[in-house]
Design a binder for this molecule. Structure first.
Ligand code: PLP
Length: 457
């Protein structure tokens, strides 16, 4: 029988939850059910998802940040059709195909100081390469990271993860040390030990949307270089215009030694990651013909991934998405910041471009504090989860809590959104804050629902 994908999808439609529970991560359907996110989506376009009943959901999660150019962008889709139709000789392995060279050329043009690129298939792989390159180039072992850091979940990346929950059960990891984001004294103290290969840092952190203080990256680079260590900027989430500059480190006056990217470069179609570095670092790693494959991956530089990357970069440039992220992000942050004066539950609104964190805080009034304390006693982060659920169930807006046990919501919508989506989100969020501030149904009902779900599971 000939394989027929459309028939298979039609025949097994609606079985995704059951199959995931039976054969994949069993906790995923349980979690989605507990928070009422157990919907099946049929179609997606731009900044919107559609379910089987034709309901539209505004996607402020963008697949954890991969859909910078919006979902199913026609230009990127066409590039993928074209590359398949070209029937190229992909992954010969002992050859030098054109597409990786073209994508490298284009990436490096946006990152002055970087000379070469290593292509891989995910963010964590890009980070693994960065860690290995830093250690090889400096001949030292330890890579420093910041508190709250997230750089992926393979073993090397996990060694530079700033959350104990992720590390639990996987020790021992690589030698490392945590430096509070922005703390130059702590960095200097670690550097004095003489064994530091580098510092890896997200210019805007994905977990909690914490920003490196202005001038920190440049000052850190100065300290690192004085001690022969490297600055690695992880732009896996913050890169490609997300923060209103092409790379988020470009808000500071600094040139990193190594840059990691992934997510948005894929256009949301074909996984791709890349590690860019200064030429001398590559020269140390690939120091002789014998070491030509010393760091490599079978599926790196695939034609589909490279084509998706090239098409995505074109779309980002031609549609002015970096500028749009800066402009729309400011409008959205501005609207939310205004609300912080109005709602005592709303603590801080921060971020850059379209990478926005909304942090809730303990209310002052007695009436609200009782409900807040009840939720905190059940689990820290429940209030933020309650808002995420209300945004989804009442307003069909998809968002996420930005990490475990934090009262922070993160917004990372496609960079294509405009005034319509800013208004949509602002009105929905205000309605929920109004409700929560009245101490009415919202907080109590949700608290009860989740506590019940937690007890049952
Ligand atoms: N680095 C950063 C800053 C990230 O946000 C992520 C993923 O969220 C990663 C690395 C890991 O990327 P991936 O999930 O593609 O392995």
């Amino acid at each position: 029988m000939t394989f027929d994908l459309p028939s298979l999808l039609a025949a097994r439609s609606g079985q995704g939850y059951e199959l995931t529970g039976r054969y994949l991560n069993p906790q995923l359907p349980r979690m989605l059910h507990a928070i009422g996110f157990d919907h099946a989506y049929e179609r997606a376009e731009g900044a919107y998802l559609y379910d089987s009943h034709g309901n539209r959901y505004a996607d402020f999660l963008a697949g954890f940040g991969v859909f910078a150019a919006g979902r199913n962008h026609p230009v990127i889709r066409q590039a993928l059709h074209d590359v398949l139709d070209a029937e190229l000789a992909d992954w010969v392995q002992f050859d030098t195909p054109l597409l990786p060279g073209l994508l490298a050329e284009r990436l490096l043009a946006r990152a002055p100081g970087m000379d070469r690129v290593y292509f891989c298939n995910s963010g964590t792989e890009a980070v693994e390469a960065a860690l290995k390159f830093a250690r090889c180039a400096t001949g030292r072992q330890r890579v420093l990271y910041c508190d709250h850091a997230f750089h992926g979940l393979t073993t090397g990346s996990l060694s530079v993860n700033g959350s104990a929950e992720f590390r639990k059960g996987f020790n021992p990891l690589l030698p490392d040390a945590c430096v509070p984001l922005g703390d130059l004294d702590a960095l200097e103290r670690e550097l004095r030990r003489g064994d530091v290969a580098g510092l890896i840092v997200e210019p805007v952190q994905g977990k909690g949307v914490h920003l490196a203080p202005p001038g920190f990256l440049a000052a850190a680079a100065g300290l690192l270089h004085a001690r022969g260590a490297l600055l690695i900027c992880d732009e896996v989430q913050s890169g490609f215009g997300r923060t209103g500059k092409f790379f988020a480190y470009q808000h500071d006056d600094v040139e990193p030694d190594i840059i990691t990217v992934a997510k948005a470069l894929s256009g949301g179609f074909v996984p791709v990651g890349a590690t860019m570095a200064r030429g001398w670092i590559f020269d140390k790693v690939y120091s002789s013909i014998d070491r030509v494959l010393v760091h490599d991956s079978t599926f790196g530089s695939g034609a589909a991934a490279m084509s998706a990357g090239l098409a995505t970069l074109s779309v980002i440039e031609e549609e002015g998405l970096v500028e749009n992220a800066a402009r729309t992000g400011e409008a959205l942050r501005g609207a939310l910041q205004e609300m912080a004066d109005r709602y005592e539950l709303l603590g801080e609104v921060r971020g850059r471009g379209l990478m926005i964190g909304i942090e809730f805080t303990k209310p002052k009034s007695l009436k609200l504090r009782t409900s807040w304390n009840m939720l905190q006693a059940a689990r820290r982060g429940l209030f933020a989860q309650m808002v995420v659920v209300a945004l989804f169930q009442r307003h069909r807006i998809l968002t996420q809590v930005s990490g475990d046990f934090v009262e922070i919501i993160k917004l990372i919508p496609p960079l294509t959104i405009g005034d319509t989506e800013v208004k949509l989100f602002g009105e929905a969020f205000a309605e929920i804050m109004d409700d929560a501030s009245r101490g009415s149904g919202l907080m109590r009902d949700f608290g009860r629902t989740l506590v019940k779900q937690a007890i049952r599971s």
